[in-house]
Design a protein around this ligand. Structure first.
Ligand SMILES: Cc1ncc(COP(=O)(O)O)c(C=O)c1O
Length: 385
């Protein structure tokens, strides 16, 4: 019996292969995983193993009340509808498929919660070992439940995300275990497909993309995706619009290293998913925002929670607090129209994770439930006053 903690070699059961039956038409696109959908634009060959839960193809939801408040057409890229409830699944299908292709039998990440949930599900799907390091007591209940339920080894670090990331980077350097944080380029490859979908849905890019920024992998991925989509349409998109969106990143005020221009030692915010003080993709994120004519700005927790409630109550869209940062930022700062640039008419806000991930914040931010005796009179008293 091997005593190595992370034995190498192909996974026991192999990666799941092609679906047993084929779907047809629009259904087949909606239900196909993103490697299958975009294989020609991703670093995967036809016969590579694919570990998929049919991620991607998430809806771009028009937001009429938000549009009215902002004075532009605003759409929500609802990434909470991915299989584990966040955009991380896009990167994880690519990173875990690549790890399986390399013969890895274990994957590891540091996480504020969503990467842990996604890693756990895709590792389970692949039949390999999953290990996640999370800041002790600092991740939302839904995400913890997912990681545990999918059978990952969950390690609660007495430290913050930045310290967890430093540790997993070191472990992966010294042991045969694949690191699947967004420092892994396959994560960026998978996540860039969200930009492809937006360009397809709108027949071109939006004028501006508003996005929450934590470790800065997602904004890096979207920018790559938009540039690749523009390169694939050298004559533009047929309506004379700019070929690239302005990339507008928003951070929480207590975790705003890109706004300050220096790391934040003890990041703190209600938006636990972006409680990150030293983003790994710092330079690429700044490049995306500066070279696209966008910007980075921050919003405080009260603004984040206002946007969180507004989306749920006025638009019917439930996202987690970190996701609402994109909308909070748009409401507080606009999507920038620096001098000489047209006002953005068409804006996409990325909603990165589902509201059910963090039930406690939802309950804390809602009125109490109303107790009622089991009689008609009691019910009428409540309904009619
Ligand atoms: C819900 C949610 N939104 C936003 C982010 C930030 O993404 P990134 O770290 O790629 O900047 C994360 C990262 O964990 C997240 O889980």
């Amino acid at each position: 019996m091997s005593t190595a903690p992370f034995p190498s070699g192909p996974p026991a059961g192999g990666a799941p292969g092609a679906p047993a039956h084929r779907l047809s038409g629009v259904d087949s696109i909606r239900r196909m995983g993103l490697i299958e959908r975009y294989r020609d634009r991703l670093p995967f060959a036809d016969d590579d193993p694919v570990v998929s839960l049919n991620e991607g193809s998430t809806p771009l939801v028009h937001a009429p009340r938000l549009s009215e408040r902002v004075g532009a057409e605003v759409y929500l890229k609802y990434e909470g509808l991915n299989p584990t409830g966040s955009f991380k699944d896009r990167g994880m299908t690519a990173a875990v498929s690549a790890a399986v292709r390399e013969g890895s039998q274990a994957v590891i990440c540091a996480s504020t919660g969503n990467t842990a949930a996604s890693l756990a599900a895709y590792a389970a799907r692949a039949g390999i070992r999953g290990v996640v390091l999370v800041p002790d007591g600092k991740i939302a209940a839904g995400k913890l439940a997912q990681a545990l339920m999918h059978g990952a080894q969950v390690i609660a670090l007495k430290g913050n995300f930045d310290e967890a990331l430093r540790l997993v980077r070191e472990i992966a350097e010294h042991h045969p275990i694949s690191l699947v944080n967004s420092v892994n380029d396959f994560r960026i490859e998978g996540q860039k497909t969200a930009a492809f979908e937006i360009v397809e849905d709108l027949d071109g890019p939006p004028d501006a993309l508003c996005i929450p920024v934590g470790n800065a992998g997602n904004i890096t991925a979207y920018w790559k995706g938009f540039r690749e989509a523009a390169d694939a349409a050298p004559d533009g998109f047929g309506d004379g619009r700019p070929r690239l969106p302005r990339m507008v990143g928003f951070q929480a005020r207590g975790a705003n290293p890109l706004v300050r221009g220096e790391p934040v030692a003890d990041p703190e915010t209600v938006a636990s998913a972006i409680r990150i003080g030293n983003p790994a993709r710092w330079e690429q994120a700044m490049d995306a925002m500066v070279s696209s004519g966008g910007r980075v700005a921050d919003v405080d927790d009260a603004q984040i929670l206002d946007a969180y409630r507004f989306l749920a109550r006025e638009e019917g869209v439930f996202c987690e607090p970190a996701s609402a940062t994109s909308v909070a930022g748009l409401l507080a700062h606009g999507a920038v129209s620096p001098e000489g640039l047209d006002r953005p008419e068409r804006i996409v806000c990325v909603l990165t994770g589902h509201g059910l991930k963090d039930p406690q914040t939802a309950l804390d931010e809602s009125p109490p439930v109303i107790p009622c005796e089991p009689t008609l009179k009691a019910l009428e008293r409540i309904l009619l006053g």
